[in-house]
Design a protein around this ligand. Structure first.
Ligand SMILES: NC(=O)c1ccc[n+]([C@@H]2O[C@H](COP(=O)([O-])OP(=O)(O)OC[C@H]3O[C@@H](n4cnc5c(N)ncnc54)[C@H](OP(=O)(O)O)[C@@H]3O)[C@@H](O)[C@H]2O)c1
Length: 250
């Protein structure tokens, strides 16, 4: 099985690489921090996997297109689009540069890589594309406007791609995790509800992929809360957001 994972140098990407690292698995791991990526690759090889590393910034779209073309030379069983960044803003307007970077990394880079790969997968009439979105895509706090918007755009992209590729026998899956212990959440200065260990988060993601869930949001209780709140009248939702610490970025 050949599996491509972006953002494999830390957090969920690293843990997913290790999860899938077994004899007979070919992993292609992509990220910018070479040393960290090589460390992950070594640990995966120790578990029996064969590993190729690609050191690249996903925001170099031209390079991503080239990498996509290279990857498409050989069959791909699963590609996990996981690389992502978050920027939080406790107050004021989100600087355009942050907005730009978040949208490039979390959204636009994905199509730069997939554009040459999709025709290959269509020809194969098989393959899985997995998007790592976020529960934050379902509810936008005032402190995470750029991040939530980018992940919501990703959901829309994934939905369309599912309809496009499902008739060719392909699975397009969108995973919407809540808060999981990674470098990304370690910088948060607020209380994260239903906070989960990396291993548990990755076990749930892997299980959802195994079952080919088109959309998997977890933890369920957090997801349910968001769904219920979204049914409330706007005036009540305003009050809830104002009561949370998120507003102050505390
Ligand atoms: N942790 C959570 O609670 C949570 C919840 C919902 C969704 N997510 C999503 O899960 C994904 C993984 O995040 P994480 O929590 O595991 O955080 P993380 O530990 O910070 O990992 C982010 C990964 O993305 C890579 N990356 C970031 N910018 C990149 C760029 N420009 N080019 C190439 N690679 C880049 C990083 O590698 P380099 O820095 O080496 O490039 C790193 O491997 C993200 O899409 C995130 O939005 C996380």
């Amino acid at each position: 099985m050949r599996i491509v994972i972006t953002g494999a140098s830390s957090g969920l990407g690293e843990a997913m690489a290790l999860h899938y690292a077994t004899k007979g698995t070919e992993l292609v791991l992509i990220a910018r921090r070479e040393e960290k990526l090589q460390q992950v690759a070594r640990r995966c090889r120790d578990k029996g996997a064969s590993v190729e590393t690609v050191v690249s910034d996903v925001n170099d779209f031209e390079k991503m297109g080239e990498i996509g073309k290279q990857l498409a030379q050989t069959p791909i069983d699963r590609i996990i689009l996981n690389a992502g960044v978050s920027v939080g803003h406790a107050g004021g307007v989100t600087p355009f540069d942050d907005f730009h970077r978040v949208f490039q990394t979390n959204f636009l880079s994905i199509h730069a890589l997939l554009e040459p790969i999709i025709p290959k997968l269509i020809k194969q009439t098989s393959g899985e594309i997995v998007f790592i979105s976020s529960l934050a895509s379902l509810f936008t706090m005032p402190t995470s406007i750029a991040y939530s918007s980018s992940k919501r755009a990703l959901n829309a992209y994934a939905e369309g791609l599912h309809y496009q590729l499902h008739p060719y026998g392909m699975s397009v899956m969108t995973i919407l995790p809540g808060f999981i212990d990674t470098e990304m959440t370690r910088k948060n200065r607020f209380k994260m509800p239903f906070f989960m260990k990396t291993e548990e988060g990755v076990a749930r993601i892997a299980h959802a992929i195994e079952r080919k869930k088109i959309r998997y949001a977890f933890p369920f209780r957090f997801y349910l809360m968001i769904q219920i709140v979204s049914l409330f009248p706007q005036s009540l939702r305003d009050k809830i957001v104002n009561f949370t610490n998120f507003k102050k970025g505390a």
